[in-house]
Design a protein around this ligand. Structure first.
Ligand code: TMP
Length: 200
């Protein structure tokens, strides 16, 4: 790997297996000798923790505009404090959610995608963005016991629609998330290794 590392993000609906897969990817890349790290958004920084407490687990729904601004602010800190320093050390950074989550979720909440893009202008582009695609009906079954405001069928459908726009634009690489955990992991690794072979 060159001096500057690579930035990969993993996206998908709630309950698509994204966190498991992002962590598996890091483990498998490490086995292959890459200096890979796992990170996530919302981040573990102060704003990320605030989002988890007040937006995701709070009783009252926060306005979509406020949510979008908080996610963008958290992303700014995440990029500055975690992603860029790791890239500068030549690491392979795997982020469990990134800017496409804001576009998909806050877009699904009715916000103008252009505005969501604008407030996320500071966010560096990932080198590779992967979408673990599952149909909303599947994730709703998986999420039933821990259903929250973000996790109803209607919302998940809208979120998937936005993600698909970016798949069509060629910005997100779609992986079939309906396969077994092992198959999904293999498919993601294949896409990532193919990208790295070309990029290095
Ligand atoms: P998680 O379950 O992957 O930790 O994500 C928490 C929730 O936050 C999930 O429902 C998606 C949502 N989210 C947004 O709405 N916008 C964003 O920019 C990010 C990063 C997450």
């Amino acid at each position: 790997m060159g001096k500057r590392g690579f930035f990969i993000c993993v996206e998908g609906l709630d309950g698509c297996g994204k966190t498991t897969q992002a962590k598996l990817l890091v483990a498998r890349l490490r086995e292959k000798g890459y200096d890979a790290i796992y990170t996530a958004e919302p981040s573990r920084g102060k704003i990320g923790m605030f989002i988890k407490k007040y937006c995701l687990h709070g009783r009252k729904r926060v306005s979509s505009v406020v949510e979008a601004l908080l996610f963008a602010a958290d992303r700014f800190e995440h990029v500055e404090n975690v992603v860029i320093p790791a890239l500068n050390e030549g690491k392979l950074v795997v982020s469990d959610r990134y800017v496409y989550s804001s576009l998909a979720y806050q877009g699904a909440a009715g916000l103008d995608l252009k505005w969501v893009e604008k407030i996320n202008e500071h966010a560096i582009s990932p080198n590779l963005a992967v979408l673990i695609d599952v149909v909303p009906e599947t994730v709703i079954q998986r999420l039933k016991p821990k259903k929250s405001v973000m996790e109803n069928l209607e919302t998940q459908r809208k979120v998937r629609e936005v993600y698909m726009k970016f798949v069509e634009k060629g910005e997100l690489v779609k992986i079939d998330g309906s396969n077994s955990k092992q198959e999904v992991a293999d498919d993601i690794l294949t896409v990532v290794l193919r990208f790295l072979e070309k990029a290095v």
